[in-house]
Write a protein of this length. Sequence first.
Length: 390
Amino acid sequence: MTAKRIKFLRINALIGVLASASLGAGIQTALGAQLAEATSASCGSSPSGPVAAALELLATAQRHTTEWDGPVTGPKALPDKLVVYAAQDMRNGGVLGVSEGVQSAIAAIGWRLKIIDGAGNVAGRVAAINQAVALKPDGIILGSVDAQEEAKAIRAAAQQGIKIVGWHSTASSGPVGDPPIFTNVTTDATSVAKVAAAYALQTTNCAAGSVIFWQSGDAIGIKKAQTMRDVIQACSGCKLLDYVNTPLADTAARMPQNTTSLLQRFGKGWTTGLGINDLYFDFASPALRSVGIPSSGPPTFISAGDGSVAAFNRVRSGEYQIGTVAEPLHEAGWQLVDELNRALSGQPPSGYVAPVHLVTKDNIQYDGGPNNIYDPDNNYQMHYKTIWGK
């Protein structure tokens, strides 16, 4: 067995130990340092720059945690509010997962909810926001609707006094001045992308031949793609084979052909597919299967968001996808409702940003949940209900 292979097995063993919920925080910290050291060793004696930063994040992103680090104070629930969830595309697993969290939070706080699907195209998103405004709601939640793309419609809604919060509407979390969005809820896109790229380095011993799938017109997706590209290009033993702009709405039509074309061009040199979303791999995986590529690859797939049910199934069963930097989608739905309650109560945003988390076959038993979605064991529902007085 080669020295690199021994290091790789050591890394996976440490990940399994770190995932144990019974470990104390001090032990987890010590083992996290060992994991960082082992991972760095597989990429050379002293990785630096983007590679070192990415590997450092990876060392903690795979841990199973149970502690709530979000808000514990805030305004009590206001009565009888109407909220519209304007979705970018309900076929997107992240948008769908957030909508499910919004629905359960709305029920808990005692409000009313209307969901409108933008159907994955610009005209549909404009129509969704216009329909939302026509309902004269108290608040609108933007489900991955890009703030700049739909700035005109968002300004029109805000001018009518409607409070607006977004999920993945800009590349960073927090308030948006123009168009006016009370706050945008997202994990840190740069950290998400660094963790995804670092896992590609770890699983190939820093010899990744990577293709990155992304889409234009999506600020947060562009930021993720550029960050993954930077990490791969900074790895001296890695190759960026292609940087493929494929709209998420067109994945069903484009990804099968993209996949077979990439196989023809690069063969086994294509070790890793990195995507800004799991949806790419819903259609790339069947294409690999149809030409006889074993489920273990190469290539294998890693997603920088969002942790869809289909992605969890692939990771759990070992079907091409080996990792997803999963967002706590249901928790984000609850946070969005809490942020709206703060906006309607005249209070500032909570400022909370959920930590980055990578789900792999080594930790999915802890983090997969009964519904194949990353739902942290931190009792967030209880904490939000306590804030709301419910």
